[in-house]
Ligand binder design. Structure first.
Ligand code: A3P
Ligand code: MG
Ligand code: MG
Length: 320
């Protein structure tokens, strides 16, 4: 976990610096599915396990296990008009595991990214390097290497309506102050966004960007987003802090804008639907839920297929 170091108001960070000579890029064709979370669950089983009946000593007291990013996609679905999603679902020992499957469209997009787009993806990580230090007493090191294989993930147990969730999500950094509140209140999400120059750009920022930012940080309880606004050359020209709890107030003046309750109701209703559909406890059965913009959610059932995602080491250890 890195420490947030507040930049100047007008920092002039050059986000292109180090591209590509100080950039180690994660191989995005490698799909890790839920593996990291499952390993965490096995290591911490005693901490999350409380249903201590003789018959099901290993059952988790949890309805859903997934990545935060998958829940973010569900939260924003009511307002999404471009990208659909595919979610693989398996029920095992009365817990439902949800793991994303890359859509054909997303794969094509990933494999055909322009050089400009590749570089702009780097900018977001470069901004983190300018705003974070490795230790409480050190300063950011913009001369270092940007390595997107490294991340700190938090694990959260929470409830959405009557759904008991366990999910994990990446956290960018925390405030240094030793008297800061406990996690997640001390966590800070970092973002970059294009500089806002016109009312139309401001409106789009409120309608689309702030929705994504809100949905990503709301569930794990990260209280604020620190945004760096960049020009076309990748230079951060200004900074602004957005509080998650104040976002829906901020957007109230936009016509027909997004509402947090619409997002949460959709997510909760989808999870109820999944509970109704995914009834068979079987690690090799996958219920594949599919959604495309302007369509209803559909699903199909797959046995011993390419979609199975619960690894043998997890199933065996949980069945012992
Ligand atoms: P920005 O946040 O400045 O856009 P995160 O903000 O979630 O911590 O992610 C850090 C950076 O990873 C992003 O910076 C962006 O550059 C890149 N990134 C995140 N999600 C991405 C996605 N779905 N596709 C491409 N790049 C992504
Ligand atoms: Mg991040
Ligand atoms: Mg970030």
């Amino acid at each position: 976990m890195r420490y947030y170091v507040e930049p100047d108001r007008n920092p002039n960070f050059d986000l292109r610096d180090g591209y590509k000579d100080r950039f180690v890029k994660r191989d995005e064709s490698v799909k890790e599915k839920l593996d990291h979370i499952l390993r965490w669950i096995l290591t911490n089983k005693s901490r999350i396990n409380s249903r201590a009946t003789a018959a099901s000593s290993c059952a988790l007291d949890i309805d859903f296990v997934t990545w935060r990013g998958h829940l973010t996609k569900l939260l924003t679905t009511p307002y999404e008009s471009r990208e659909g999603w595919l979610l693989a679902v398996t029920k095992f020992r009365d817990t439902i595991y949800i793991s994303e499957v890359e859509t054909e469209a997303a794969r094509r997009e990933r494999e055909n990214r322009t050089e400009r787009h590749e570089e702009m993806t780097y900018w977001g990580y470069k901004f983190e390097q300018y705003a974070c230090a490795d230790d409480v007493h050190s300063l950011p090191d913009p001369g270092g290497v940007v390595n997107t294989n490294e991340a700190f993930c938090t694990v959260v147990r929470t409830r959405l309506a009557d759904h008991r969730l366990l999910f994990s999500g990446e956290v960018d950094c925390r405030v240094k102050d030793p008297s800061a509140p406990a996690p997640p209140a001390c966590y800070v999400e970092l973002k970059t966004s294009a500089e806002i120059c016109t009312p139309k750009q401001r409106s789009n920022f409120h309608r689309f960007k702030l929705l994504k930012w809100w949905a990503q940080s709301f569930l794990p309880g990260v209280p604020r987003v620190v945004a760096g606004f960049r020009d076309h050359e990748g230079v951060v020209v200004s900074m602004e802090t957005f509080h998650i709890s104040k976002m829906s107030q901020l957007i109230k003046n936009e016509y027909n804008c997004w509402k947090p309750t619409v997002c949460m109701n959709f997510c909760s209703d989808f999870l109820s639907f999944v509970k109704d559909v995914a009834t068979e406890n079987n690690p090799s059965v996958v219920y594949l839920f599919s959604w495309e913009p302007h369509r209803d959610v559909t699903y199909s059932v797959h046995r011993d297929s390419q979609y199975s995602f619960l690894p043998h080491w997890y199933v065996e250890e949980m069945s012992r």
